[in-house]
Design a protein around this ligand. Structure first.
Ligand SMILES: [Ca+2]
Ligand SMILES: [Ca+2]
Length: 300
């Protein structure tokens, strides 16, 4: 029981002992009827922490409390996500569980911008945390697989990694294998994994050179991010595939001196009249310019 209390107080914050005891007493009866040990339900109201590491959990109650590896659990999701759309994360495994803490981090390991959709009254955002963490809010046996939706914040860029801890039963917790989802940014032409994956000096220049007909070294020379995942051939084939979506002025032609320049300028921060100055599209109305801006913004 001591270990369970320590685990509780660490994983679920500084649980006030009194509250914990009250909850445990109340849950013991439920657990018995559910055929579960009382301790697996020791966190009836969910985690008051936003995330937890394996070491924190192990130090809370001894190694026997945490399964090795992924403990038979896994998180999964589609390989890529599009802006302004939810990412469905599935928790699967070999056992049902009672407690869950699920959270999202960005490429730097910091709490990601974004929010989980609370699927039912059985879940909530842990106290003092952003909506990038979700935990259980009620006692229940949760059968796998379970799905949760995460919507990245509007300002978020780059990959997202989802992590979780599940509490199966007394002395039995696990860290499911994590899953990383890449942004499907069309304009991340070099396919790099940095925290700012779309820039004028790399991807903008690559688009411009591609539309000018450059290939091979002339295409990529000094224009790829350090962590670029595509070489010259891969970049050319990639842009062949997404070429139609580069028609940002919507004239049904994809050209360097219009679309390529507009994209490069936009990535350099130019907006409004400055975006279209000197181009054939300079006669566009402010509304039409705004449409171009929106079309480029949707590409990354
Ligand atoms: Ca890039
Ligand atoms: Ca065009």
């Amino acid at each position: 029981m001591v270990n369970v209390v320590r685990l509780t107080e660490t994983l679920f914050g500084v649980a006030r002992r009194r509250v914990f005891d009250r909850g445990l007493r109340r849950l013991a009866a439920l657990a018995t009827s559910a055929g579960l040990s009382a301790a697996c339900l020791a966190f009836p109201n969910g985690a008051p922490v936003c995330s937890v590491t394996r070491d924190q959990l192990i130090n809370a109650g001894g190694h026997t409390l945490v399964r090795a590896g992924n403990g038979g659990f896994a998180l999964s999701a589609a390989q890529t996500y599009a802006r302004n759309s939810a990412i469905t994360v599935t928790v699967s495994g070999n056992d049902a569980f009672s407690g869950l803490l699920l959270w999202a981090v960005d490429a730097t390991g910091q709490t990601a911008q974004g929010a989980w959709t609370i699927p039912s009254a059985g879940y909530r955002t842990p106290g003092g945390c952003t909506s990038a963490s979700i935990t259980h809010a009620s006692v229940a046996v949760r059968n796998v697989p379970l799905q949760f939706d995460f919507t990245p914040g509007a300002a978020h860029r780059g990959p997202l990694t989802f992590k979780a801890t599940v509490v199966v039963s007394r002395f039995d917790a696990a860290f499911p294998s994590e899953v990383t989802v890449q942004s499907s940014e069309i304009l991340n032409v070099d396919g790099d994994r940095s925290t700012r994956p779309v820039t004028a000096a790399t991807d903008g220049l690559l688009v411009l050179r591609y539309l000018l007909g450059f290939r091979g070294d002339a295409l990529i020379g000094a224009a790829r991010a350090a962590s670029a995942s595509r070489d010259a051939n891969a970049i050319a084939s990639y842009l062949d595939g997404v070429r139609a979506s580069l028609d940002v002025d919507s004239d049904n032609v994809v050209a360097a001196h219009t679309d390529g320049l507009l994209i490069h300028r936009y990535l350099n921060g130019l907006r409004g009249a400055a975006l279209v100055a000197g181009l054939a599209s300079a006669t566009l109305s402010p509304q039409q310019i705004a449409q171009i801006e929106a079309k480029i913004a949707a590409l990354f």
